[in-house]
Write a protein that binds this ligand. Structure first.
Ligand SMILES: Nc1ncnc2c1ncn2[C@@H]1O[C@H](COP(=O)(O)OP(=O)(O)OP(=O)(O)O)[C@@H](O)[C@H]1O
Length: 254
């Protein structure tokens, strides 16, 4: 078994007297897609926020390849390979899809974000950007302004920008939320492709059980901020304790 790329150790956050994430210890490995499930308010998004740095931990640690990220800002964590889809505040709405991806490629390559570069360098960056454009099946809208994209394509652009950052850890929080049925499979295919890259670790928060079944190598269940179960999908979803937590929603997990 490969070494864990991401580890949370007793990760905890308290909001006043409320413990939203309570001493969650978990290891995540390259080549593995873990889906985080749990009822509303279980602490899933908060756990993500603690990993990506949007929220400071009250206790515990976040380690990436053994490096302690716990006190780092989100941007520093991104530099260490933590990639979260919604971190993409770097979108330029008036620029085209291709220009946005190229700027993300430039930013990653250390070239900064200036639009104008020597021609040869531009060609190289554009070629790379076009690869992400193709990977995310956005070729048809490559010259469309990002702001005017339909919702489904915007979500794909988020994935393209995330890929351009070349993170080791991909974090998706309900990636198909609000998407039409015809767009959702594209995004799920993309996530499946990322997971097939054995060097990447994928974490996914998801409510839709068909998505969970299609993608999960492993499921962890959070409940009241605590890690309730962790294991292979069939084992976790058929366990009595998980069924009890979802009581009243048993058809979803069945
Ligand atoms: N900034 C905050 N201040 C106070 N309480 C918070 C804050 N963020 C989250 N919480 C609380 O922490 C708990 C966990 O919330 P969280 O959003 O992580 O749950 P979730 O499992 O992602 O739920 P959902 O599936 O509904 O998105 C909730 O009780 C929520 O009200």
């Amino acid at each position: 078994m490969s070494h864990p790329s991401l580890v949370t150790q007793d990760l905890t956050i308290r909001f006043g007297g409320h413990v939203a994430v309570n001493a969650v210890s978990c290891e995540f490995r390259p080549g593995e897609l873990t889906v985080i499930v749990g009822p509303n308010g279980a602490g899933k998004t908060t756990y993500f926020n603690l990993i990506s740095g949007q929220l400071p931990a009250s206790a515990g640690k976040v380690l990436k390849d053994g490096v302690d990220l716990t006190s780092m800002a989100p941007s520093a964590r991104a530099h260490h390979g933590i990639g979260r889809a919604f971190q993409l505040t770097n979108l330029f709405p008036q620029l085209t899809v291709l220009e946005n991806i190229r700027l993300a490629v430039q930013a990653k390559s250390g070239d900064g974000r200036r639009l104008f570069r020597p021609a040869a360098r531009m060609t190289e960056l554009t070629a790379k950007a076009e690869r992400y454009l193709e990977a995310t099946r956005l070729q048809d809208v490559s010259h469309v302004a990002a702001a005017t994209l339909p919702h489904g394509d915007q979500r794909k652009l988020e994935v393209a920008l995330l890929m351009a950052m070349e993170p080791d850890i991909y974090m998706f929080d309900e990636p198909t939320a609000g998407m039409s049925l015809d767009h959702a499979p594209d995004v799920l295919d993309l996530i499946a492709e990322i997971k097939h890259d054995q060097s990447k670790t994928v974490l996914l928060v998801e409510h839709k059980m068909d998505v969970v079944r299609a993608l999960a190598d492993r499921i962890i269940v959070l409940h009241n901020g605590e890690l309730l179960a962790d294991g292979p999908p069939d084992e976790v979803m058929s366990s009595q304790i998980v069924r009890d937590v979802y009581l009243g929603k048993s058809s979803e997990v069945a």
